[in-house]
Design a protein around this ligand. Structure first.
Ligand SMILES: [Zn+2]
Length: 258
């Protein structure tokens, strides 16, 4: 089944994914983002779990999470992405030791994940209502505006705790990444406590992501294949008026020139 999305957002085809990762995927920006994480990084892709769009030869793996751990550099990562042509690309928020031998976890990047499906929409109802109609991943323009407003508020709220916050348009909603170094060493319990406090304050976050139970997060500058938009870091000013239908910074060439 197809999910209902705001006007202009649609699934990417395999050839659009190929064009994007071959010509447009900005490895120098990815590298700059990733370099804020001192250690070894693990990436992951999902080929076609939600879109069911995948190459025939991956028909047994299309809905699996494929881990990319064995690579020499980001060019290698791009080659693997071009092999799989996935709907989604992620990285593991854990930071690992580079040393040879078994991987050691050095810490984890703290992230807040705000999605429009966690907004109760005056028209479409709650996530429960949408799931009952098989539309759990659908969202409307109003839900997007509401989640953006909540993200702006949460950014301001978190500024009282943290100094190094980056907002990212995730393709559906927003992520707030915290790069204050001391948070890397936080325990699961500390993360979970902050997550439930923020949730209780009324922010539509996925507590499981903040707590660290779900470690994969969308890779900035990758393509979100369900909506044909680029996962895009935003300044606070850009965030305040961001519109995924018209904001040029998140629109891939195959949409913008089409
Ligand atoms: Zn709605």
């Amino acid at each position: 089944m197809k999910y209902i999305l705001p006007e202009g957002l649609r699934y990417s085809t395999l050839s659009e994914r190929r064009d994007f990762y071959r010509d447009e995927f900005d490895l120098s920006r990815v590298s700059k983002w990733i370099s804020r994480r001192a250690g070894h990084n693990i990436f992951a892709v999902i080929i076609g779990r939600h879109t069911k769009i995948y190459m025939k030869r991956f028909s047994r793996h299309f809905s699996k999470t494929i881990i990319i751990d064995d690579y020499k550099g980001l060019n290698d990562v791009r080659s693997l992405i071009l092999k799989f042509l996935p709907e989604s690309v992620y990285y593991d928020r854990n930071i690992y030791s580079r040393a040879d031998g078994p991987l050691r976890i050095l810490g984890q990047e703290l992230v807040f994940d705000l999605d429009p499906e966690n907004i109760v929409c005056p028209i479409h109802g709650s996530l429960k209502d949408k799931m009952r109609r098989g539309q759990g991943l659908s969202f409307c323009a109003l839900e997007f505006k509401m989640v953006r407003m909540k993200t702006v508020e949460l950014y301001e709220r978190l500024s009282s705790f943290f100094t190094d916050i980056s907002a990212v348009y995730s393709g559906r909603g927003f992520h707030l990444h915290i790069f204050d170094p001391e948070t890397l060493a936080w325990s699961f319990r500390e993360r979970r406590m902050l997550a439930s406090k923020i949730k209780r304050e009324g922010y539509p976050i996925d507590e499981w992501v903040t707590a660290g139970g779900m470690r994969l997060i969308r890779l900035p500058y990758s393509l979100h294949g369900m909506v044909s938009r680029i996962v895009t870091p935003l300044t606070f000013r850009q965030l305040e008026c961001f519109d995924p239908v018209n904001s040029r910074i998140c629109i891939p060439k195959f949409i913008g020139e089409g």
